[in-house]
Structure formats: structure tokens, C-alpha cells
Design a protein around this ligand. Structure first.
Ligand SMILES: [Zn+2]
Length: 265
């Protein structure tokens, strides 16, 4: 059984302290049994770090218009029934189950705040300065803000496919981004600078070498990577190989769109 103390001691082993600014991604089930469940994981992070941020994305607010820009890795207007299932965004909309119960538990923490993007919101504690940097045009800005504070990525039982900060680095490298749309009480909002597909991100593992720190907590691997180093590594790799970190899934719409954008130019 994994305890609060096990988690705090693992964070210390990884070099994280009360001065750390962390973006975390977590799978509670990877830890087997955790005494106190997701509250314990959130409590250990909030109790250890200066600030902790997690993605609390709400993909169910997304709508597909009948027409839109070309080369956007989206089939327009094909699925009106899907649009009928869309939820209006509101600030208390729960994070998608895909984000994990730990992210949703952080969002519900009494001291938590949440950024305002109708799909790509982040929740955080002690993180207001990072969260307020987000705009509709710059949805991943909180990650840049964390990097400026020498922040770290913390992967709790999840792989780099879940590492949103690699998407931030892709944008910094000038990789093609997309446009999506969200349903809000104010109408349908256009969301530019939409990131690509993360299914190929596990390829980063072979390059992290001395940058990452890893430990085990129960059956789960817990890994930390300094954001500045990660961003430097990913932007350098994409400049050297414009198809780096794309996935191998045949016909993946977003990865195919990125490939054609770099092959045309
Ligand atoms: Zn892909």
C-alpha cells in the first residue's frame, strides 16, 4: 500500500522541494493501492511543491463546424450527432476522465484555481501566476511560465505520451498547429494553436539520458524532467528532424498534416 510518506519521500529523492514549480500527469491505478486515494497524491504534491499544475482538459465542449480552414486534420460537418452531445463550457465543468482522477481531485482542492480556456484548462494550487498567462491564442502559456521558474515535469505512473509540455516545445519549434472550436455560453469560440498528436512522444525516452530522474513508488515509476531541458531537447530535435516525435499510426490526421507541412516547405 502506497502512503503519503512514500510519495513525499520519492519527491525528495527526485530533487523536488518546496521551491519546485511542477506540472504533473498522473495515473492513480499505476500505484496499485494508495492509502487515501487521489486525495493523498494531491496532498503530497500540494504539501511539497511551491506550485502544482495539472491539465483539466474538457474535450466534450468541442464542436466541429460544417466548414473550416484546410489542412486542419479535421473532417468538417460529418457528425451532427456528436455535436449534439457537446457540453457547454463552464468553469466548474469536471475534467475529462481521460485526464485522470488525480487531476480532477486537484481541481476540487479548496485552494485550487483553474485557467479559463474552454477546452485546454489547467488547474493548480499556488499557481495563479502561471495559470493567468493562458489565453485563447496561447493555450499552453502556463507551461512556458513554469519553465521560466525552472519548473519540472512530474510523471506519476504515466508515459511521455501524456507529457503536455512536449506539445509546448513543438509550438516553440514552429511545428504546425491546428484550429478547433469550443461551445460556450457566449457562442462557439475558435481555439487556435491547437497542439498535434502525442502518440509518438514515448520516443523521447531514448534521448532523456542524464536529464531525467526516476524512482519507484510501489509498482509505479515516477519520473521528473526539468522543463527548460525538455523544451531545449525537443525544439533542437524537431529543428534537426522536422518529423521527430510524430506517431506511426497509418493515416493519423494530425501527424500526417505535420508531415505534409514539412515536406512541402
Ligand atoms: Zn499521430
Amino acid at each position: 500500500m502506497v502512503t503519503y510518506r512514500d510519495l513525499v519521500s520519492a519527491f525528495r529523492d527526485l530533487g523536488l522541494t518546496e521551491r519546485s514549480h511542477v506540472i504533473a500527469h498522473a495515473s492513480l491505478s499505476a500505484f496499485g493501492e494508495v492509502a487515501g486515494g487521489a486525495d493523498t497524491v494531491v496532498g503530497a504534491m500540494v504539501g511539497t511543491f511551491a506550485s502544482v499544475v495539472m491539465p483539466t482538459f474538457t474535450y466534450r465542449t468541442m464542436v466541429v463546424p460544417s466548414v473550416g480552414p484546410r489542412d486542419n486534420a479535421l473532417e468538417y460537418g460529418l457528425d451532427p450527432e456528436q455535436n449534439a452531445l457537446t457540453d457547454f463550457y463552464h468553469p466548474n465543468l469536471p475534467a475529462d476522465p481521460l485526464m485522470g482522477v488525480v487531476a480532477e481531485t486537484l481541481r476540487l482542492h479548496p485552494e485550487a484555481q483553474r485557467s479559463s480556456h474552454p477546452v485546454l484548462s489547467f488547474a493548480g494550487v499556488g499557481a495563479e501566476a502561471h495559470l493567468v498567462t493562458q489565453t485563447i491564442e496561447d493555450p499552453l502559456a502556463p507551461i512556458g511560465s513554469l519553465a521560466e521558474e525552472d519548473g519540472d515535469v512530474l510523471l506519476l505512473g504515466v508515459a511521455h505520451r501524456a507529457n503536455t509540455s512536449i506539445h509546448y516545445a513543438e509550438q516553440q519549434a514552429g511545428r504546425r498547429q491546428f484550429v478547433r472550436w469550443a461551445l460556450t455560453p457566449e457562442g462557439v469560440i475558435r481555439c487556435p494553436n491547437w497542439p498535434g498528436c502525442g502518440d509518438g512522444f514515448n520516443a523521447i525516452r531514448g534521448r532523456l539520458g542524464g536529464i531525467r530522474q526516476r524512482t519507484k513508488v510501489g509498482p509505479a515509476t515516477v519520473e521528473t524532467v526539468p522543463l527548460r531541458d525538455l523544451i531545449h531537447l525537443v525544439t533542437g530535435w524537431i529543428r534537426e528532424d522536422p518529423e521527430a516525435l510524430l506517431c506511426d499510426r497509418p493515416g493519423c490526421p494530425r501527424c500526417s498534416a505535420v508531415r505534409s507541412s514539412v515536406r512541402v516547405s
